[in-house]
Design a protein around this ligand. Structure first.
Ligand code: BDR
Ligand code: CA
Length: 313
């Protein structure tokens, strides 16, 4: 199969980030040019280490992993250990990584890659706060027209927020970075909570990973079992939302998702609604359409894809 997507994954692993990375590494249509870590679910020293742990779990220690921003642009870092555990990757017992972190800053790697590769061929896949992406756009504005697209997990509209009543975690943690990204003019595909809350890690779906009988399959089941407990208690559902893999799944099978082109604007002024993604779903303003906002997912098809690809690792 020929590679159809060349991507940089920007991430704060995070169990659901980890599953997204595994999906990408297990998919021959995707070439992962590098993984850039950002502070988010846990501090940067843990997210960059967790990214390396997952590459090794996937049997891909040659993957380039870079460390990026230690904190958001303006606001203090907010983390989510209550959801992800103290390490950010609680659940499976994964060894300390042997592969080394690449020299250099994640933001430089993003800029240099986009300037060196043919314009329009590299996709950015942010799975955490958008700090590194915003910094790259500020550092070298000429990258914007060279980015094929940004496919990101973040925001929520009909579902409201998961961190405050108005805001989803990734956007809440660095709303100023998100504002820069949504104003950048780069084509954006957005996977908000409205989609991810329909992709639940039910008992049957987790069992399918465990039943693969492989080290990666069992580790995936263990990660998801830990990850879902917080949201099961919060939402009263069988299973929790599996957010970040939606980004990679869209690259592989866009027909699993549906949504519409809208304007998305990020609240950066009011403390009450800080980080809210205001989606003009009904087109009631003249603000330009800047994102393809997803709202629905074929959840069974999504989990079947995950099991197939993670089963190949
Ligand atoms: C997002 O926040 C993080 O906790 C998850 O990894 C995901 O990227 C969901 O709101
Ligand atoms: Ca994440």
């Amino acid at each position: 199969m020929t590679t159809s997507h060349r991507i940089i994954i920007d991430t704060d692993p995070g169990q659901d980030d980890a599953v997204a990375i595994l999906l990408a590494l297990g998919s021959p249509e995707i070439e992962v040019l590098g993984i850039t870590a950002v502070a988010g679910n846990v501090p940067l020293r843990l997210t960059e280490k967790n990214a390396r742990k997952i590459c090794e779990l996937a049997g891909r220690p040659e993957t380039r992993v870079y460390a990026g921003a230690v904190r958001p642009l303006v606001r203090p870092l907010v983390t989510a250990e209550a959801v992800h555990g103290k390490t950010g990757l609680n659940g499976p017992d994964l060894p300390e990584p042997k592969m080394r972190l690449c020299d250099g800053h994640a933001v430089d790697f993003i800029v240099e890659t986009l300037m060196a590769e043919e314009a329009g061929t590299v996709t950015l896949c942010p799975l955490g706060p958008l700090t590194n992406i915003a910094l790259a756009l500020i550092r070298e504005p000429r990258i914007a027209p060279r980015i094929r697209q940004i496919v990101l997990m973040g925001g929520g509209f009909f579902e409201g927020g998961n961190t405050t009543p108005a805001a989803e975690f990734n956007i809440y943690v660095d709303p100023h970075a998100a504002d820069i990204v949504f104003r950048s003019g780069v084509p954006i595909v957005m996977m908000p909570l409205d989609v991810t809350h329909k992709a639940l890690t039910t008992g049957r779906r987790i069992a399918a990973f465990r039943d693969l009988g492989t080290r990666v399959g069992v580790a995936t089941a263990e990660m998801l079992e830990f990850f879902e407990r917080f949201d099961e208690a919060k939402y009263g559902t069988d299973g929790g939302p599996l957010h970040d893999p939606c980004v990679i799944a869209w690259l592989l099978k866009p027909d699993l998702f549906s949504g519409r082109e809208c304007n998305v604007s990020v609240e950066i002024a009011s403390e009450l609604t800080m980080g809210m993604t205001v989606v003009d779903w009904w087109g009631v303003t003249k603000r330009p359409k800047n994102a393809m906002v997803m709202r629905d997912i074929d959840a069974d098809g999504f989990f079947a894809l995950l099991v197939e690809r993670i089963g190949s690792l």
